[in-house]
Ligand binder design. Structure first.
Ligand code: FA5
Length: 348
């Protein structure tokens, strides 16, 4: 290559390269430009390759010029890269900018589920009477759920048809919180005053008043000299706390294998005070089963049934919530419809 051509090419490339580098609008474009002006096939590189064949003095002079152009273009590339990267940062910053003067979006406060509200209220009433909270497993063995509660082998609740068994032999989802009575008595000596809130499972066909999964609060008091009058007084105090001071309690005989005598307990309707209305029908609202702990149950847990007596009760939480909030179908509690649930915001 003629040295004067080489010089011309170098000067042209210096100008062309600077212009192209300056125009590159993105890092990707800059990289392409860099290959075009500094890569192996770029005119400057071609000049560089021919320098070796020139006479000594030309070689030195052209070598110096080539290096100068290369250094200048490389510096231009790096400057432009820094500019583009800075620009990308600035773009990101402006896209992410928060206008602190705008009023914020208020986070929607959650609220307690109505069943939680009622359970807490019930537990609160009993703990203020001196009861302690006890717990038991939801997957229970047949002994705690049935045998210990004096539920005989031929009782219908023990069939697959009425209870939900799990894949482990002899284990089922507890059908009532009464199993916690047994666990509590096994773990401590009398006197016992406990309430056990929790989830229970039955193979009931779901309808407005029955769920397959529902909740109960179990109560158990065992001490010397406990009588049916104590049960009645306790439930009256509970009903007055929950439904108002004029509430009356009605007990009608019923059968549960683990109590003797046993009863169903209803409270006078807090809407119509017993006259009969849309909420209650006949003036009374059935809430729970109760009775005096069967001596066999006390003996099953190692308690002296000659010395100790006790009462127990099991209250359906859904039932209490339906009455307290005027809800006519307990399936609403588990459907998760926000329009239903948000009505309980701020409710006690
Ligand atoms: C029992 O479960 C007894 N363990 C109660 C008891 C405890 C009696 C201690 C004596 C001594 P019962 O099956 O009646 O009894 O249920 C008690 C309450 O749970 C009912 O009054 C009702 O409020 C609620 N309940 C029962 N089955 C369902 C269901 N499928 N869905 C919703 N609530 C239910």
């Amino acid at each position: 290559m003629d040295p004067s051509d080489a010089r011309r090419i170098l000067e042209e490339e210096r100008a062309r390269g600077r212009a192209l580098i300056g125009r590159a609008g993105s890092i990707e474009e800059l990289d392409r430009t860099k290959t075009g002006v500094l890569g192996r096939k770029a005119p400057v590189s071609e000049v560089q390759r021919t320098i070796g064949s020139l006479p000594e003095d030309e070689r030195r002079e052209l070598g110096r010029l080539t290096n100068e152009v290369l250094a200048e273009l490389r510096a231009e590339v790096e400057n432009r890269r820094a500019e583009l990267e800075g620009g990308a940062d600035a773009e990101l910053l402006s896209a992410d900018a928060v206008d602190v003067t705008l009023s914020g979006r208020r986070p929607r406060p959650g609220s307690f589920h109505p069943l939680t509200l009622v359970e807490d209220r019930m537990v609160d009433v009993f703990t203020r009477m001196g009861y302690r909270v006890a717990e038991g497993p939801e997957i229970e063995d047949e002994w705690h759920n049935f045998e210990a509660l004096n539920i005989p082998p031929d009782h219908p609740a023990r069939t697959m048809k009425d209870s939900l068994y799990v894949d482990v032999p002899g284990m089922l989802l507890r059908t009532e919180t009464s199993a916690v009575q047994i666990r509590t008595m096994q773990s401590q000596a009398p006197p016992v005053y406990v309430v056990a809130p929790g989830r229970t499972y039955r193979r009931d066909t779901p309808d407005a008043t029955h769920g397959t999964v529902f909740h109960q609060v179990e109560g158990l008091a065992v001490d010397e000299g406990i009588s049916f009058a104590d049960l009645r007084g306790t439930l009256e105090a509970f009903a007055r706390e929950l439904f108002g001071t004029n509430t009356r309690v009605r007990m009608t005989p019923d059968y549960f294998p683990f109590v003797e005598p046993g009863c169903q307990v209803a409270v006078s309707c807090f809407v119509c005070d017993g006259a009969g209305c849309r909420v209650c029908g006949n003036g009374w609202i059935e809430l729970l089963g109760a009775g005096m702990v069967h001596p066999k149950v006390l003996e099953n847990c190692g308690y002296d049934s000659e010395r100790y007596t006790g009462f127990a009760f099991g209250i359906g939480i859904e039932r209490v919530a339906m009455v307290r909030y005027g809800v006519n179908d307990l399936r609403l509690f588990v459907e998760g419809d926000v329009r239903f649930l948000e009505q309980f915001e701020g409710v006690a």
